[in-house]
Design a protein around this ligand. Structure first.
Ligand code: SF4
Length: 230
């Protein structure tokens, strides 16, 4: 398990909890609007954090912290993820996993073993538009669908979320997403925010009225749809 980013305190990354965030490098997708371009493309440029440093911080702060968020990159690519999470849980902390859902077997294993308390899965787009949105033309959309359906079973607290850009998302996509995510517990639209570190340039956010239109479409099948980064 290689941690290459460490944010010591966050009030927003785990709903209702005080958390810290551990970032893993590398990813099995290449979303062109990804905010963590260097971390995804060149993880070896980042010196890894020492486990002792991280766990000594967690021990010292366990009364302030509720939870640890494991983010990326894509954490499910890391070997030793389950042992690492077990070590965090032994400190009495909750664990949230941020994932793109492509490694459905790893996700299911962590949930079945009750190693994670909350899962935030990025749903990039409708399945038809997944390849171009995530930068992997032949992406395994069956695995994505399996992860979505698995989380919808509600064995673990979860949310779906989609980063939306004007260049990658259309009304047609949201009509398909309303069907794909039908019955989901929580779905967040994250409006794109421009940043220096994206894998490619040329993306822009949507306007308030467009997002409201998409929420109206999604609300027909999903009870709790909210916007982040308006
Ligand atoms: S947005 Fe997430 S899934 Fe996409 S390339 Fe970046 S880290 Fe990977």
């Amino acid at each position: 398990m290689k941690i290459i980013g460490f944010e010591k305190l966050s009030l927003v990354d785990y709903p209702g909890k005080v958390s810290c965030i551990l970032f893993c490098g590398g990813c099995n997708m290449r979303c062109p609007y990804c905010h963590n371009g260097e971390l995804v493309l060149n993880p070896d440029l980042f010196p890894p954090f020492d486990d002792d440093e991280i766990f000594s911080y967690l021990e010292k702060r366990r009364r302030i912290l509720d939870a640890v968020v494991i983010s990326g990159g894509e954490p499910t690519l890391q070997s030793g993820l389950d042992e690492y999470i077990s070590r965090i849980r032994d400190l009495g902390l909750l664990v949230k996993l941020d994932t793109n859902g492509l490694r459905v077997d790893v996700l299911k294993n962590l949930v079945d073993r009750k190693l994670v308390d909350y899962v935030a899965m990025d749903v990039k787009n409708s399945l038809e538009s997944y390849g171009r949105t995530c930068g992997v033309a032949n992406v395994d959309t069956a695995a994505i669908k399996e992860s979505i359906d698995f989380l919808k079973e509600g064995r673990v607290d979860y949310e779906f979320r989609t980063t939306v850009t004007r260049e990658t998302h259309s009304e047609e996509n949201f009509i398909a997403l309303a069907s794909l995510l039908s019955g989901a517990k929580a779905y967040y639209l994250q409006n794109f925010v421009a940043n220096e570190n994206t894998i490619e340039k040329g993306f822009s956010p949507l306007g308030y009225d467009e997002l409201q239109n998409y929420i109206r479409i999604l609300n027909k099948t999903i009870g709790n749809v909210q916007i982040r980064n308006l």
